[in-house]
Design a protein. Structure first.
Length: 686
């Protein structure tokens, strides 16, 4: 707390024009030059308050030990939980679980065994993720922490191993989108309805790889559980974080939490809560904070929304789907998204609206309804409140507190031809079982009503109520002031360059004109698990699944430029190392898949997002014959000390076609690149 208070004190005078995301990063960034103010686009080294890993803790431990590390840097920073495959009692899985537990005990790491609950829920219940802190996890749903005002963002396993060994890793501060939740929710409409509606309305990657900050005049009326659900599914919306402000509603939540954990909890206690109250008004976005874009949704226009089938980008009202008579086979109330006490109680109200256990609505014949609490604590609370008993009497099948069918593990997966409706976060094809099944997402109340009806339907059909009047959801994009985000180089002078690090990176732009080039297109999957592939072979097959002519057209020293969401798909590191083997040191795109971005820096491949440049090239070649890979004759110069790119035509000395500020490549990040990537840097630190 002292470290935070010290940083906060200076921020009142220095950190002008920052949004809340930037302010939290400012607090947890290390190695900044004196007076440096961080902004979106900057690469920074971060020392997160906490780092969680779950069933992947053993692969992280193997990577950690492979780096030559023997003792974690800060045992209080690390949290291990077991939650993903808790139904798996095979010898292999139990051995892995025992390895994780033994490692945690040896290192003095806080460890939570299978059955305690889902890691993200534990991080909140136990106060690791806490308002105004930066907490990461080697899991994509660490965005959840934003629901309690903690900047939560995912990392990959190499990052986790680096944090274990050195206490820190790197992050490029993303562009920040402001999402205003305007108006008030109609009765019975939940946080899940909000985020499903947002994913369906703004379904053209408007927030891809952005940090999101939620604002709105009536946020204080949105319960914390709803906020956690919304923040959780900003992952599916494409964002890297989803941050709610710290307000009195959240302070009240912690006072209630304090009554639950008692006065001597190491992280949730009266002192920290009182400190939050003092900080609440001081640490918030500045009036002149810069946002990349602003999206608005009018909550008063919402009704129950259902996502799918098999896509979060498609959504419909439950009333429309009910008319279509979509029969279901399975229903799920599980996962880190919607298995908290309020979710279970919402489901219990649908199965037993009168509270009389002799008047229970039963699960429809032929439907299996699976329920698992987010944690053992939540399950105990649900039993104490009577919600658990109501669900059991309705015919629900209970599962251990953990992930399970949400990620296609354990009991109750979708079979070919089946239809399921779930209160989870993802309904990708094959995610919850067979690729030949259909999966829908909805709120706990809608999932429960559907299980009782045997088809997708509204709680109102069970409760004999009227659904909120609905004339179409109102959501729109608002113009943001055309303030150029002042690159920090203008405020603090040129970036200091390491001795031997190039001050300029130059090369001809080679255009691969496609969006969503996935990692299989960059490095064919058939080579992924061959451990003896030579560097020469990697260079030869680089991008061959995208364009067989790529190898002949591209030479070492070129700069590849592509469309949006470059490097989407699986997390294979070879997508980055194959480009390096080809002699490509810099890739430019409209945007990158997040895991590709992290794997790139972790392997010393530089990346730049310059949407304007790809749009200019597409305009230039819009009438030209199609070429998957095209030499452009445009040359890019990246002036690293001044954080600026210049694009010229014909040669490096030709006429300028674009000049633009970019994020700083900090000295800390330069060290990682010089050492050949994050693993090399960690070894040098050890």
């Amino acid at each position: 707390m002292l470290r935070f208070a010290r940083q906060l004190s200076s921020s009142r005078h220095v950190l002008k024009g920052q949004n809340l995301t930037e302010k939290i990063v400012q607090t947890y960034a290390v190695g900044l030059p004196k007076g440096k103010i961080v902004n979106s686009g900057d690469y920074v080294s971060i020392q997160p308050a906490h780092c969680m890993s779950h069933d992947n803790s053993w692969p992280v431990a193997l990577k950690f030990m492979g780096l030559g590390a023997s003792q974690v840097k800060d045992r209080k920073q690390i949290v291990n939980t077991l939650d993903h495959d808790v139904q798996n009692t095979t010898e292999k899985n139990l051995t892995k679980y025992k390895n994780i537990e033994n490692f945690a005990k040896k290192q003095g790491i806080n460890f939570y065994p299978a059955g305690r609950g889902i890691g993200h829920q534990i991080m909140i219940e136990e106060g690791y993720a806490f308002p105004f802190n930066l907490t990461v996890a080697s899991d994509s749903h660490s965005n959840t922490y934003g629901g309690i005002g903690s900047l939560g963002t995912p990392i990959v396993r190499t990052d986790a191993a680096a944090i274990w060994a050195t206490g820190q890793t790197w992050w490029q501060i993303p562009p920040v989108a402001q999402v205003e939740l305007r108006g008030e929710l109609p009765h019975g409409i939940s946080g899940k309805d909000i985020i499903v509606a947002l994913c369906g309305i703004f379904n053209e990657d408007q927030v891809l790889n952005h940090a999101i900050e939620f604002t709105g005049g009536s946020l204080n009326k949105i319960p914390v559980d709803y906020r956690l659900t919304i923040a959780n599914m900003t992952t599916e919306w494409g964002a890297l974080s989803g941050l709610f402000p710290v307000d009195q509603t959240l302070i009240d939540f912690y006072h209630q939490r304090l009554q639950k954990v008692g006065p001597n909890h190491p992280r949730i206690n009266e002192q920290r809560i009182n400190e939050l109250t003092r900080q609440m008004d001081a640490l918030k976005a500045d009036d002149d904070a810069v946002y990349a874009k602003k999206l608005v949704i009018d909550l008063s226009t919402l009704t129950h929304y259902v996502s799918g089938p098999n896509s979060v980008k498609a959504s419909a009202t439950v009333q429309d789907l009910s008319k279509q008579d979509v029969k279901i086979n399975k229903a799920y109330l599980v996962s880190c998204t919607n298995s908290r006490l309020s979710d279970l109680e919402a489901a219990a109200h649908v199965v037993c609206p009168t509270g009389d256990l002799n008047q229970i609505n039963k699960v429809a014949p032929g439907v299996e309804f699976y329920v698992a609490a987010a944690s053992s604590e939540v399950e105990a609370d649900a039993k104490a409140s009577g919600a658990w008993e109501k669900l059991l009497r309705a015919g629900c099948k209970t599962l251990p507190a953990g992930c399970g069918p949400c990620i296609g593990l354990g009991t109750g997966l979708l079979e070919p031809g089946e239809v399921g409706i779930s209160a989870t976060n993802r309904n990708f094809k094959g995610r919850m079982g067979s690729k030949d099944a259909l999966a829908y997402l909805a709120s706990p109340a809608v999932v429960t009503a559907s299980a009782l009806l045997g088809k997708i339907g509204s709680p109102a059909e069970i409760l004999k109520e009227e659904d909120p009047a609905f004339n179409g959801v109102s959501g729109w994009v608002e113009d943001v002031p055309k303030k150029a985000a002042q690159a920090s180089a203008e405020q603090t002078g040129p970036v200091e360059m390491l001795k031997g690090f190039p001050s300029r990176i130059t090369g001809e732009l080679v255009l691969c004109d496609a969006d969503n080039i996935n990692t299989d297109g960059i490095y064919p999957g058939k080579y992924t698990y061959q451990d003896d592939v030579s560097r020469e072979k990697m260079a030869e097959v680089c991008m061959e699944n995208y364009d067989a002519q790529f190898g002949a057209k591209v030479k070492a020293g070129d700069i590849v430029i592509s469309g949006f969401n470059f490097g989407t798909g699986s997390s294979r590191e070879q997508a980055a190392t194959a480009l390096l083997a080809k002699g490509i040191e810099l890739v430019v795109s409209g945007s990158f898949g997040n895991i590709f971005s992290r794997n790139s820096i972790n392997n010393a491949l530089l990346t730049l997002e310059i949407p304007a440049l790809i749009q200019m090239l597409r305009e230039k070649y819009k009438d030209a014959p199609q070429e998957l890979t095209r030499r452009t004759g445009w040359f890019l110069q990246w002036d690293l000390p001044n954080s600026k790119i210049i694009v010229t035509e014909g040669s490096l000395d030709g006429p300028v076609v674009l000049e633009q500020k970019v994020g700083e490549l900090s000295k800390n990040l330069q060290e990682i690149i010089v050492k050949g990537g994050l693993e090399g840097w960690v070894k040098s630190q050890l």
